[in-house]
Design a protein around this ligand. Structure first.
Ligand SMILES: Nc1ncnc2c1ncn2[C@@H]1O[C@H](COP(=O)(O)OP(=O)(O)OP(=O)(O)O)[C@@H](O)[C@H]1O
Ligand SMILES: [Mg+2]
Length: 472
């Protein structure tokens, strides 16, 4: 294998020397440039594998150089060296296409990790073809664009903020960004920021030392350490309490964590992705999300389009879901009738892909002879003003006919819905079904045939449901 070559652009001889020494020890060949002009010359002469540039150069600006490299040498990963704590410069460099930044004075262990990640970029490109895009289904133009964006941002180390309505596939997108990037061999650690109790958050994120609080019986690594060398996915990031937002900002800026009860800082090497279905910009305006953190995590934004903006994907997703359900439930592959297809095509899917999956699962349980008819879909009446509120569960008819009529009047039920439907539609529906089935079983002294009659579904449908809901 030929030695890989790096280009260091800095006007300070000391810095050049330090980097040359470090990178040479890592087995790289290193060349240097002290000015923008020299850098341009070197770049024309040689194909580099990695580049570091300073911000301020005697004859120009490192930011422009980053833009130039991104445009003319898109395969070359370039990192910006910034003054410690200069967040604006770091963010700007990432927006210009730098794959990462290093703050000065340069921490050598951070530098080494960064170099390793950069060199893996080349390998990741090869793996790209191998990881199929198949998991994120959809042939529509908007989906194609999302896929292209993912491929592009996967190469960078910049924080990516994924926005889009509930159930659009944000988590899938986050996984693909990880899988297609140089950190694919490292861990992907998703964390639901809304699910960790506020008082445990610091220790969950940053770890703790034994005895640092009651119950801390041993040293424990936090999520940042767990994601080391990989990706930390902050899901539902809008739900982070204020005190954590402050701490997180510090960690992202300084690339180091301080475990609870520990005096020092531990350097971390983690790429941050985040997502929410909420309007984060608005939360910033309302003062419940910090502007500076938003700015820091939202360096690159990926918007996942709602299903109604890509109706041509509905069939593909539906067929794929049915392909998946059949073996899971141990049944023949169900078919959609023509009228059911038409109805799906016309429906607006306020709950997006997740709602489509739920509708189909329910329909499979309901249908006769493995053919799904319009009635089996139980599509809610479409009322645009409700759809716009994005409250899928509340507009869904009860899953089991005649049971739990809490949602009989959708208009008021949207307000009175007992759960936050947006996050947990599936659970919510499962619980409704479970309750209705348990009630019917009790009433019929656990005679399944009779219980099915009470519920108005076939015996077979009841059997699927018992299995699916884990009722014995
Ligand atoms: N393009 C797609 N191809 C295949 N499956 C998809 C696609 N988009 C979403 N899904 C499926 O839809 C479901 C919801 O996706 P996901 O959990 O990623 O949504 P989300 O945007 O994170 O939603 P929320 O905001 O509610 O957390 C998952 O089961 C996922 O596999
Ligand atoms: Mg999600």
């Amino acid at each position: 294998m030929t030695r890989q070559t790096a280009l260091i652009i800095d006007d300070e001889p000391d810095i050049r020397e330090l980097l040359v020494l470090t990178l040479t020890r890592m087995g790289l060949t290193v060349e240097t440039a002290a000015t923008v002009r020299e850098a341009h010359e070197r770049l024309k002469e040689h194909q580099y594998d990695l580049c570091f540039t300073d911000m301020r150069l005697p004859d120009g600006n490192g930011q422009d150089l980053v833009s130039h490299i991104t445009r003319h040498y898109p395969q070359l990963p370039v990192a910006m060296m910034t003054a410690f704590g200069n967040v604006d410069a770091a963010v700007q460099a990432l927006k210009n296409g730098a794959f990462d930044f290093v703050s000065k004075p340069v921490d050598l262990s951070v530098l080494r990790r960064l170099v390793q990640t950069a060199l893996k970029l080349g390998e990741a490109k090869k793996a790209e073809a191998a990881v199929s895009n198949e998991r994120l289904l959809g042939d529509s133009e908007p989906m194609e664009q999302v896929r292209q964006t993912i491929a592009k941002v996967a190469r960078s180390q910049a924080p990516v903020f994924i926005c889009g309505e509930s159930g659009t596939g944000k988590e899938l997108v986050a996984r693909m960004v990880h899988d297609l990037g140089p950190r694919a061999a490292g861990p992907f650690v998703p964390v639901n920021c809304g699910a960790i109790p506020s008082e445990l958050m610091e220790s969950e994120f940053f770890g703790h030392r034994k005895g640092s609080f009651t119950g801390a019986s041993a040293d424990k690594d936090g999520l940042f350490q767990a994601a080391s060398g990989g990706t930390l996915f902050l899901d539902e990031v809008a739900d982070l309490p204020m005190h954590m937002q402050v701490k997180l900002l510090r960690v992202i800026q300084e690339k180091a964590v301080r475990p609870v009860g520990f005096n020092g800082e531990i350097p971390i090497d983690v790429r941050i992705l985040s997502a929410t279905h909420k309007d984060l910009q608005k939360l910033v305006e309302m003062g419940s999300f910090r502007q500076d953190l938003f700015y820091r995590i939202n360096v690159i934004e990926v918007r996942v389009p709602p299903l109604r903006e890509r109706a041509e994907d509905i069939f593909l997703l539906a067929e794929h879901t049915l392909d998946r359900i059949a073996p899971e439930w141990g049944i023949d592959r169900p078919q959609l009738s023509d009228s059911a297809r038409r109805a799906l095509r016309q429906y607006g899917f306020p709950g997006n892909v997740r709602e489509l999956e739920n509708i189909l699962e329910r329909a499979v349980a309901m249908c006769e002879n493995n053919v799904i008819e319009v009635a089996d879909l139980r599509l809610p009446q479409q009322r645009p003003e409700v759809a716009n509120l994005g409250m899928p569960a509340a507009t869904l008819a009860p899953a089991v006919p005649g049971a739990v009529p809490v949602l009989a009047k959708p208009a008021t039920a949207t307000v009175a819905a007992p759960v936050d439907a947006s996050g947990d539609l599936e659970n919510y529906i499962d619980n409704l079904q479970r309750e209705a089935i348990m009630k019917a079983l009790q009433e019929t002294r656990y005679n399944k045939t009779k219980a099915a009659q009470v519920l108005g579904i076939t015996f077979r449908a009841l059997r699927y449901k018992l299995k699916k809901l884990g009722i014995d």
